[in-house]
Design a protein around this ligand. Sequence first.
Ligand code: SF4
Length: 239
Amino acid sequence: MKEKIERIREINKCLIKRYGIPPRPEELPAPVDMLIATILSQNTNDNNSFKAYKNLRSRFSSYDEIITAKQSILEKTILSAGLTQQKASAIKNFLKTIHSEKGKITLDYIAGMGNEKAIEELIRFKGVGIKTASCVLLFALGRNVCPVDTHVNRITNRLGLVKSSAPDKTYFLLNDGFPRRIAHQFHTNLIKLGREICKPSRPSCAVCPLKKLCIFEEKNFEFNNKTVRKDFMLLDNVG
Ligand code: SF4
């Protein structure tokens, strides 16, 4: 455990040298906004899901309005995010359920829960998994948890921080004893690395800031000129 914590700290330092400390908004978004933005972000890129989120917020004057809106209208509004039927059903189901339970649409009460309990509370909604729930904790509640998407799963395995093929399992292994205060920077910079350098196939190990710390046996040192920068991070721009 001690070794893992030290390695995470060291990796984080190298990532900060390359990418800096990612900025955070002065005011964190409401958990409900973050949950909906994260549902929209599933299986698509940040630009498409951000467009869908902005459309949804301008098309409906309140979340209450979505509960009674036709599913087809909601699907059309979030078209750019893809998987519209699935995402519209998840959003409607969440809003309906929370409204009937609390008499209003809010998730503010999860701020009083510990991480484990808050995740349990969120994953009971259909279409909300560990990754979505942990994004709400990190980006809306400012908790020190590192959500595991496909990039974080791939890279933490290559680095040897965890050994797991399932992102949900990786989440629990990685976050057990995660070093304090660095989850947001670690998570965000790992995603940047995954988009630019540590890609699923033919990672650009020659230019990787982590190459000395990485135990991946299939490192690729051939020049890969398809390295591109993609800086826009959806979940830091929700609000
Ligand atoms: S050295 Fe290669 S495999 Fe390891 S993290 Fe960097 S890009 Fe990924």
